[in-house]
Design a protein around this ligand. Structure first.
Ligand SMILES: NC(=O)c1ccc[n+]([C@@H]2O[C@H](COP(=O)([O-])OP(=O)(O)OC[C@H]3O[C@@H](n4cnc5c(N)ncnc54)[C@H](O)[C@@H]3O)[C@@H](O)[C@H]2O)c1
Length: 259
């Protein structure tokens, strides 16, 4: 019961890592608002939590839209109470080279991953003040540690979250609000396996292709891909009072991939 009495708002909550956070947080006593652009995915996670005796609601949210943020946080607060934890999971990538990345791809990656997280911070701060404090956790990546070639929008978005995290941490420490980045390595999720509108994959990029899967395992000293539950446990620690002195920093959960 490490999150007893907390209210967690989780974007991309219908996805693999967001869903794992929602289930684990609920097991640890939090009430959870599962927010996703695909409402059916969010509703599925919320109903699983409720069937296991937890408290959860699902809301539709496109993180790029500030009016939707306002409505979703208001709905969460009305149903569950003021938000004390925000997990900004929603992200996007278009895995093409600098030459091939269009302005539209760049804008979608930055819009969902970086602007979406900024809007999330703005939307929950008044609610967190009413809660007497809180924790915001942004979703980083290996690209928050060592962005290389490949998708320039993704490198800029994930490095941008380092700055956003520090800015929010410094700005809201006086309100008893912490802000952290958690940076996963290669996680076995639909983001790198399936063909999603926000993260397209084909045989050349998907981890369904054994070459791509094995390359990621070989790049991970721990010898396996990270699983969504590994990341959820790190989010749980960062969200809990045990992490009271963690703010503005980056927790890397990658099996050593960034070494
Ligand atoms: N899988 C990896 O290897 C890996 C590694 C590091 C970081 N990440 C980050 O994790 C996040 C993706 O999570 P996942 O890997 O569990 O993938 P996922 O595809 O299972 O989950 C992503 C969820 O975000 C939702 N979403 C997409 N656009 C949205 C929007 N505009 N508004 C609200 N929700 C939206 C999707 O519907 C989906 O449910 C991204 O931020 C990605 O950069 C992934």
């Amino acid at each position: 019961m490490r999150l007893k009495g907390k209210i967690a708002f989780i974007t991309g909550g219908g996805g693999a890592m967001g869903g794992a956070q929602a289930r684990l947080f609920a097991q640890e006593g939090a009430a959870v608002c599962v927010a996703d652009i695909f409402p059916d995915k969010g509703r599925k996670v919320a109903s699983e939590i409720k069937s296991s005796g937890g408290r959860a609601v699902a809301v539709a949210l496109d993180v790029e839209k500030s009016d939707q943020w306002a409505a979703a946080v208001a709905a969460c607060e009305k149903e569950l109470g003021p938000v004390s934890i925000l997990c900004n999971n929603a992200g996007a990538n278009f895995r093409v080279s600098f030459d091939e990345q269009t302005e539209e791809m760049w804008n979608r990656i930055i819009g969902i991953g970086l602007t979406g997280s900024f809007l999330g911070v703005k939307a929950v701060i008044p609610s967190m003040r009413r809660a007497g404090g809180g924790v915001i956790i942004n979703m980083g990546s290996l690209a928050s540690v060592r962005p290389g070639g490949g998708s320039p929008g993704y490198a800029a978005m994930k490095m941008g979250l380092v700055g956003l995290t520090r800015s929010a941490a410094q700005s809201y420490a006086k309100d008893n609000i912490r802000c952290m980045l958690v940076s996963p390595g290669h996680v076995d999720t639909p983001f790198i396996r399936s063909n999603n509108p926000y993260s397209p994959n084909d045989w050349s990029t998907s981890i369904d292709n054994p070459d791509n899967y094995n390359k990621r395992v070989a790049n991970t000293p721990a010898g396996r891909l990270v699983m969504p539950d590994d990341i959820a446990k790190a989010f749980l620690f960062v969200a809990s009072d045990e992490a009271a002195m963690l703010t503005g920093s980056n927790v890397i959960v990658d099996g050593g991939a960034a070494i």
